[in-house]
Ligand binder design. Structure first.
Ligand SMILES: [Zn+2]
Ligand SMILES: [Zn+2]
Length: 942
């Protein structure tokens, strides 16, 4: 059995105390030579230049770089200059590169006359650079964030080096964080990040290149959708279609393979063996399935799934997929010794496979923790999510030779840009990783350095030495980075980190209600006071700018909390102003790598999105479309109803027995407030709220209840013991229920029954949610035609329309909207339908729809509206030859990516009553599906 030799984590041997300290610079005068040897490597020259440059910035003195030692003290930099001297000291320089990748490291040693700074320079290692940066770190240089902003260079006139002898090796072989491919980064930002990574001793990109990159000769990153590499299409597609995965419709998928076909396994093994034969200096063959769980639906693969096709996120994909991977690894082990097979245990297959035993010594697993709680550590007994992942990691460590963590750092789909600071948690996680033999991390990073704080820095250091004290790192950071403001900034930083660590909630990418449950208002107020104190103390540069940057970051999420608090009061005008304040903070740092207002996927908690949300609700409160009467109180009674007994038990009656009910906030979902199922799992069933409401005299008429934000699928409403209505959460339509005639002056009782929603497993899937997360409010609408329960649908539109493509965009000029146009050249098409799924097939340009229908004569004088569920992408609507409305980039001010699935309405002007009308719709599609793909309905408004 191979045992990894991985014990020389940090080997420090102190030389005899008698040795005199080495003097490099004395009172601003150079006293030493930087020696690179007569035939120096590029790395040694680069490292020497870095040392020269930083020593000059520290002392003002420039040390010469020379090929040979000078008369005074000498610094031997790199293999060529230091190899013999290091051997004489009994500290041989790390060198070479084996398939175990455990040969990285460097030596820092001084005997009073020479200082050795040299390490393994064999590709892909940068040991000599690391020795220099480690030495500069010991002098007080720090690179906390990329670029000038994050750099700390101390000033001093004299630099001496005590006697020391150290060989330094990393605890983690893979140390990588990369900017997510979804980020809009500039070349300069990428370059600053690359330099920052080297200065913090992280791995070169070359170590962990994309597996399809022809230069990926070391470890390979098993990137999504690379399984096709195993079965080259030109070789097997024609002759062996059965090697490829079977789609449900009977066709085959060239991007994925049949996991059960023995021929496919042999062909894949042949591919890997040929790859290693043709690339003898390559170490790894990596591959991963496509991002979405594309699978083989043949009987054998179906059987191997163990019933798991429907269980996306529950991990049954693992059994079929990794069953194949393990068989392939065994075959490759027989044919190609000392070579690696690598694949990814992604979110839908992070669970280790069942039915497999024994450690595969040639298998590397990239382990994705994408749906995990990102607040807590794997050893935190209060966090079920992290414990579940820790259990999976332990099992993977039994089954595979190496594991590389794939974390989102941070996971922030909402783009809240909240602080994610967790130095203690990182240290705990990586100590577990080392204990189980993990190989390190390859994280998807964000360009949001104020939000990530010191995480990247701490992670880079901990990966070299898991025993380094993270609390000391934070203290050191505050002292060096904030100078006179160190004390209040340290309070701020550690208070936030501790609050997140102690948070009773668990999230990966938090919604606002979750985040502010972890960091509530009183704590934010304390933070604001410390920042203000720091601002008063940091009057000189660079400290002033550094404190100011952290202040701006705080101001942004502080404004978000104030926006949410305003929404809770029903004051959406104030909420919109706080949303704009969020945008303004980002403008103050210039939307840079430090802080941005746009995430990779947009995000619901950008300043722009918060402002837009508040402005969508505001017209229903400020008299534009409606007038606010009262917001419901922010606290109510709550009871879970897992067996659906509430309706029969009449939990909605004003005098119902409330024994067993608990107090709950209407400003955060119930999971956030600790509501759990019988086995401690997150509760996503039915829940009831009883909300008392005092009303003054004179509230009458067309009062409605508005639900600005519901975490769940449906809400049923009772008012003073009587059922008032139901509203569904579609994500786009307004959620309101009519309370006309049901309220009375004085005390009222509103009962709400909410259906939660979300995935099934807390750790393996979307974590689910339930409840009311912003208090509903009462309002009086100006026009009731907006509400579905006040409308009458006129069922006059047929299911088949006429259709014609218009690739040159001539339809308008040719009068294709005209009522008297002939049907020649037009064909029938179903509506709703995506046209690419009809006879039309792949087509991206203009196309026209036409349909004839009769509006009843009785509708004359009524207001009619045509509602389109969605048109992909842009639509122009004509009635009887006249343009009556459009839903386009121009009319909405939004992009086709935003409007393609959005409902829209067109008032039916120009209608003929009691006779035939001709509706024509010009649709423009630029990419993908296309067409009128959701129902079109005609409504009569009240
Ligand atoms: Zn199959
Ligand atoms: Zn947690």
């Amino acid at each position: 059995m191979v045992r990894f030799v991985w014990v020389l984590a940090l080997l420090a041997v102190v030389a005899p105390a008698s040795a005199a300290p080495l003097v490099l610079v004395e009172r601003g005068q150079a006293r030493a030579t930087l020696v690179v040897g007569t035939d120096p490597s590029e790395q040694a020259q680069g490292a020497a230049q870095e040392l020269q440059s930083y020593l000059q910035r520290i002392t003002g003195a420039q040390l010469p770089i020379a090929a040979r030692p000078g008369s005074g003290a000498n610094v031997l930099i790199g293999q060529a200059a230091a190899r013999d001297a290091a051997a004489r000291l009994g500290l041989p320089l790390p060198t070479g590169q084996t398939y175990l990748f455990n040969d990285e490291g460097y030596v820092i040693a001084s005997d009073g006359e020479t200082l050795i700074l040299a390490g393994n320079e064999t590709e892909p290692y940068e040991g000599t650079y690391f020795a220099v940066y480690d030495f500069l770190h010991s002098l007080g240089c720090r690179w906390y964030f990329p670029g000038e902003f994050g750099e700390v260079v101390p000033r001093r006139a004299t630099v001496t080096v005590p006697a020391l002898r150290r060989t330094v090796r990393p605890d983690m072989r893979v140390r990588d964080t990369w900017y997510s491919g979804h980020l809009a980064t500039t070349a300069q930002q990428q370059e600053e990040f690359r330099i920052w990574k080297r200065r913090n001793r992280m791995s070169r990109t070359a170590l962990w290149l994309h597996c399809a990159d022809p230069n990926a000769r070391f470890l390979q990153n098993p990137v999504d959708d690379s399984t096709y590499r195993l079965l080259p299409k030109e070789k097997y597609w024609e002759t062996h279609p059965e090697f490829y995965s079977l789609n449900p419709g009977g066709t085959r998928n060239e991007r994925f393979l049949c996991m059960a076909n023995p021929g496919a396994l042999q062909a894949a093994a042949d591919t890997v063996a040929e790859y290693f034969r043709d690339n003898p200096n390559h170490h790894t063959f990596a591959f991963s399935p496509p991002d979405a769980p594309v699978l083989c639906h043949c009987p054998a693969c179906t059987e191997a799934m163990h019933g798991g096709y429907g269980g996306e996120g529950e991990g049954e994909v693992s059994d079929a997929y990794f069953g194949f991977v393990f068989r392939l690894a065994d075959e490759v082990a027989r044919r190609c010794p000392n070579r690696w097979v690598a694949s990814m245990a992604y979110y839908n297959r992070c669970r280790p496979p069942e039915g497999v035993e024994g450690k595969r010594k040639n298998l590397l697993i990239q382990l994705a923790s994408i749906q995990q709680c990102a607040l807590h550590s794997y050893t935190d007994p209060r966090c079920a999510s992290r414990q579940e992942f820790g259990a999976m990691f332990r099992r993977w460590a039994e089954l595979s030779a190496g594991q590389v963590f794939y974390e989102y750092a941070p996971h922030d789909w909402t783009h809240l840009q909240r602080p994610t600071w967790r130095s203690q948690g990182i240290a705990e996680d990586y100590r577990l990783m080392k204990k189980l033999g993990g190989w390190g991390y390859s994280n998807e990073g964000q360009m949001a350095w104020l939000s990530t704080g010191l995480n990247y820095y701490v992670r880079a250091r901990i990966a070299w030495n898991v025993d380094e004290d993270p609390a000391a790192m934070i203290r050191d950071f505050c002292r060096r980075f904030f100078g006179p403001a160190a004390t209040p900034m340290h309070r701020y930083y550690t208070t936030v980190e501790q609050a997140l660590r102690d948070a009773p909630v668990h999230f990966s990418s938090p919604a606002a209600d979750e985040f502010f449950t972890a960091l509530p208002r009183p704590l934010l107020d304390r933070c604001a006071a410390w920042l203000e104190q720091a601002g008063r103390l940091a009057t000189a540069e660079p400290y002033r700018s550094r404190v100011a940057a952290f202040q701006i970051h705080f101001d942004r999420f502080n404004a978000l909390e104030k926006a949410r608090a305003a929404m809770a009061r029903g004051d959406y005008a104030a909420a919109a102003r706080f949303g704009e304040a969020m945008l303004e903070t980002v403008a103050r740092v210039g939307n840079s790598a430090l802080l941005q207002d746009a995430g990779p996927w947009g995000g619901s908690l950008t300043g722009a999105a918060v402002t837009a949300f508040a402005k969508r609700v505001q017209p229903w409160t400020d008299g534009t479309k409606g007038r606010l009467i009262a917001a419901l109180p922010a606290e109510a009674l709550f009871r879970a109803d897992p067996a659906s007994r509430g309706v029969v038990g009449r939990w909605y009656l004003p005098d119902a027995n409330t024994k067993g009910w608990r107090s709950i906030r209407l400003t955060a979902d119930w999971i956030t407030q600790g509501v759990s199922g019988p086995d401690g799992a997150l509760y996503r069933g039915l829940g009831w709220y009883r909300v008392p409401l005092e009303l003054p005299q004179g509230v009458s008429g067309r009062v409605r209840l508005f639900f600005p934000e519901v975490k769940g699928s449906d809400v049923w409403v009772w008012c003073n013991g009587v059922f008032a209505g139901h509203t569904r959460n579609t994500g786009s339509a307004l959620m309101t229920v009519d309370l006309e005639g049901r309220l009375r002056p004085g005390r009222n009782l509103i009962a709400l029954r909410v259906q939660g929603s979300g995935g099934r497993s807390p750790a393996l899937c979307v974590r689910g949610e339930g409840g009311i997360s912003l208090p509903p409010f009462l309002f009086v609408p100006l026009d009731e035609g907006e509400f579905p329960d006040k409308r009458t649908e006129l069922s006059v539109l047929p299911a088949q329309w006429l259709f014609r493509t218009d690739p040159e965009g001539k339809g308008e000029a040719l009068g294709w909207a005209r009522p008297d146009l002939s049907a020649d050249g037009w064909r029938q098409i179903p509506v709703p339908a995506v046209w690419e799924e009809t006879w039309v097939g792949a087509y991206d340009a203009d196309a026209w729809y036409r349909v004839r229908f009769t509006i009843p004569a009785e509708a004359r004088g009524k207001r009619l509206v045509l509602r389109f569920g969605a048109v992909d992408e842009q639509a122009w609507v004509y009635l009887n030859g006249e343009l009556i409305g459009e839903h386009t980039e121009q009319s909405t001010g939004e992009t086709v990516h935003q409007i393609w699935d959005r409902p829209f309405e067109v008032p039916l002007t120009n209608a003929r009553f009691g006779e035939e009308n001709v509706l024509a719709v010009r649709v423009r599609d630029s990419v993908g599906a296309g067409g009128i793909w959701k129902p079109v309905r005609l409504y009569q408004l009240p």
